[in-house]
Every structure is written in C-alpha cells, then in structure tokens.
Write a protein that binds this ligand. Sequence first.
Ligand code: CO
Length: 222
Amino acid sequence: MCSLDGLFQNNRAWANQRVTQDPQFFARLARQQAPKYLWIGCSDSRVPANEIVGLDPGEVFVHRNVANLVVHSDLNCLSVLQFAVEVLKVEHVMVVGHYGCGGVQAVVERRSVGLVDNWLRHVADVAFKHLHRFDLSEHPISLGRKLVELNVVEQVGNVCRTTILRDAWKRGQQVEVHGLVYGLEDGLLRPLGTSIDGRGQWEERHEASVQALASMSDHVGG
Ligand code: CO
C-alpha cells in the first residue's frame, strides 16, 4: 500500500481512456513534441496550463514559478525559453498571471512567508517602479489585482529583453510575446496589454501597454 495509490489508479484510468480514444496517442507523442506555445505561469495549483486552454499533452511547453517571474539571471527560466524558442520554435510565448496570487498579495500586505520573500522581492521591485500608479488607500485586494497586472506586463518586457527573443527577432523568426491574466473566480483568461512581435520598436508598444493598464485601472478603481 502506497500513499500515492490513488494517483496511480487515476493515471492508469487516464492512460487507458487516451488509448481508447486514439490508439496512437502515446506512440506519436513519444516520437516528438511540437508545441506552438510556451506558457510561463504561476506555480499556483489552481492555474493548470493545459487544462485552462484546453490543450493536450504535447501542445504547450510549460515553465512555472511563484508569481510567474522572468528574472534576467534565472538560468532555469532562460533555459526553458531558449529551448522553446530555438529548438521547438514555439510561435507564442505567454506570460500568465492570475488574480488572487498569494505571492503578489504577500508583497502588497508586506507579509513575510520565509525564504520565498527573496524571490518575491522581484514583485516588490515592480511595485516600487510603479508606486506612483497605486493609491495606497485602496483595498489590499484591489491593490493586489493591479500589481498582478503590472507584474505580467513587466515580465513580458523581461522576456522581450532576453538575448533569446532579441536574437530570434533579428533572425526574422516569427514569435510573439503575450501578457495574460487568469481569474480564479471565473476561470477566464484575459489578454493584458499589446502582444509584441519583432517588428519595429517593441519598447514603445510595451510602454503603451503599461500606460493603458494604468489609466484603465484608474477608471475602474483597480
Ligand atoms: Co500565483
């Protein structure tokens, strides 16, 4: 008796069901993966990449960490990005944040959660950078929603600044970077800001996304 028995049972049932629907399913996937999408999302258990966008195994390459951060020197994230863009040749890189993110909320509420505080410092950096866009008298939940959105847009910028995307665009490779936010309360994914490809000055479009987001939040109050 193993404490994971329930999971093994689920797994066998799932594999059987797959083979019943499509006898070649696993044989085909084992030979190669050709995903069009890279998902960079939060580790939060309520935001499962494939399921939310209805994609099968083999269709989305995934990197997740607490608060969906793309840190310039994070070899883990950079390696995933490089492999996805240069080897798998994904056409879309999606940075996916989510409302109700515990990591972002801890920053808003200045709550210490241990070692992960050091990682979340990157979210705090985003908050400091945009401090003038926040009305600190607002409810912490609405401040959190705004920081979730700004964090996504900033991480989209970080993806675009990597040598990986800059080199890909220089080569003329078709790859677009998107910011998205997921609502835990309604299960819906929404676009945030402008999608960015290699044409023209992406920095201007990125800045426009930040500005649009800030003024939109001003109108709806977060
Ligand atoms: Co989260």
